[in-house]
Design a protein around this ligand. Structure first.
Ligand code: FCB
Length: 443
């Protein structure tokens, strides 16, 4: 085991042009709940048995009050960029106008980043939909896409030149499938008749926002962040191979194919009509609006077998696994990047999230997370392999800057390269954070 992170001497990832960053999301770190409108995650947390430890995002890492110290922490890591998300319910009030106090909060952060030459990668939607919009149907209501466009229009005008890159959405798969089909994420709606409808409205929102960003903010990189969990067959039987291919189309390609090919995967015709999205004339043209970059989030792969009732059945992953129970399989990362590059004409790619939850222990003020260092090492190598195979990858963001509210898992799972003591809010850079810093600053 090594405490260092290394890359081959000739690696493009050692060039100063390759961007290294750390990532967070508003609901997961901010707290400051009384100074914004409620969102779907507040409601979900208040619903019994949804969050494993019964927690919520009311205080989280108290970043809302501690952001200045957290900016120093980010500086101390030597990163080139910080990926943060904007809380829609903090910056827009119920009548759809800007909430100046919320806007000022982000302006201060963005100005602080700029003054230290740290590039701001801003995500406009990382799952915290204003609750009043959910009360009107949320992402099942086509109107929400237009509300999103109007929010993006207002906020991008105010942020001006402070932003380096905008991502419209983070992981629409999670919003649609986890939130509106299997219901393990907010708003907790269950039913196959909902998932693909929500997905279509999310992608429409993305396309509408791209039109606005291109107009208001032509000098930023404007794009989207998608997550992928590559699908592998359990055996080389044709049935398992077909099951994995169906799963890939249903869970992964569903969110990228419309962006580049202007259509959903062929398997759509195999879905009952009531499970299919409602596509209006012109929607696919809006959704295929050119993007300046594609953000890719990767954590693990999944293995599938054929099933008699369903199109695919996911089996338990083998070891080694992280604390989330997710298999550590970096080869899938390279294979994913190479295969996407073959299937689509990709713009420059940024790895906008990669990282691991581990069962950290803080002993005498030190977190010696060798397991996480190993995870990063293997996955940085995997990205480097993809670059060597011709994929245009321009940056890499560690998920996450610090331990935070891990959605349905509450505070039980720690993804940070910085440890957070939730009783005292003390931050401690882990061994992985130090190794990341050394890699970046030694370039
Ligand atoms: C991703 C989310 C991010 C974080 C990681 C572990 O799906 O975008 O907020 O929770 O998983």
């Amino acid at each position: 085991m090594t405490v260092k992170l290394t890359l081959p001497a000739q690696s493009e990832m050692l060039s100063k042009d390759f961007i290294y960053g750390v990532a967070t999301a508003s609901f997961q770190i901010e707290g400051g709940k009384d100074l914004r409108l409620p969102c779907i995650w507040d409601t979900f947390c208040n619903t019994p048995n949804k969050i494993v430890d019964g927690s919520n995002g009311e205080i989280a890492c108290d970043h809302f009050n501690r952001w200045q110290d957290d900016m120093k922490l980010i500086d101390s890591l030597g990163v080139d960029a910080y990926r943060l998300s904007i809380s829609w319910p903090r910056v827009i009030n119920e009548s759809g106008e800007l909430n100046q106090a919320g806007v000022d909060y982000y302006l201060n952060i963005l100005d602080r980043l700029k003054s230290n030459n740290i590039k701001a990668f801003v995500t406009l939607y990382h799952w915290d939909l204003p609750q009043h919009l959910e009360d009107q149907g949320g992402w099942l209501n086509r109107e929400t896409a237009y509300k999103f466009r109007s929010y993006v229009d207002l906020i991008s005008k105010v942020f001006g030149n402070r932003v380096h890159a905008y991502a419209t959405l983070n992981e629409p798969f999670c919003s649609a499938f986890l939130g509106y089909e299997v219901g393990v994420h907010a708003p907790g709606i269950v039913g196959k008749e909902f998932g693909k409808k929500a997905a279509h409205h999310l992608l429409l929102a993305h396309g509408l926002a791209m039109e606005v960003l291109t107009k208001n903010s032509p000098n930023t990189l404007n794009g989207i962040v998608l997550n992928f969990t590559p699908c592998y067959p359990e055996s080389d039987s044709l049935a398992d191979i077909n099951a994995a291919a169906f799963a890939d189309d249903y869970l992964n390609q569903w969110y990228i194919k419309p962006l580049f090919d202007g259509k959903y995967p062929e398997i759509m015709s195999q879905l009952p009509t009531e499970h299919q999205p409602e596509i209006h004339d012109g929607d696919m043209t809006i959704i295929t609006h050119a993007i300046d970059f594609l953000g890719i989030n990767f954590y693990t792969r999944a293995i599938y077998r054929a099933d008699t009732d369903e199109h695919f059945l996911q089996i338990d992953p083998p070891n080694p696994r992280t604390d989330m129970g997710w298999e550590i399989y970096p080869k899938a990362f390279t294979e994913l990047l190479v295969s996407l590059n073959e299937k689509y004409t990709l713009p420059p790619v940024y790895i906008t999230e990669n990282g691991a939850a581990m069962a950290d222990k803080i002993i005498d003020g030190v977190v010696n997370d060798q397991d996480r260092v190993n995870y990063y090492q293997q996955h940085l190598n995997a990205v480097n392999d993809a670059i060597e195979q011709g994929v245009q990858i321009k940056g890499y963001f560690a998920w996450s800057l610090m331990d935070n509210f891990e959605w349905a898992e509450g505070y039980l799972k720690r993804f940070g390269i910085v440890h957070v003591d939730y009783d005292t809010q003390v931050r401690t850079v882990k061994a992985s954070g130090l190794a990341y810093k050394t890699l970046i600053t030694n370039r």
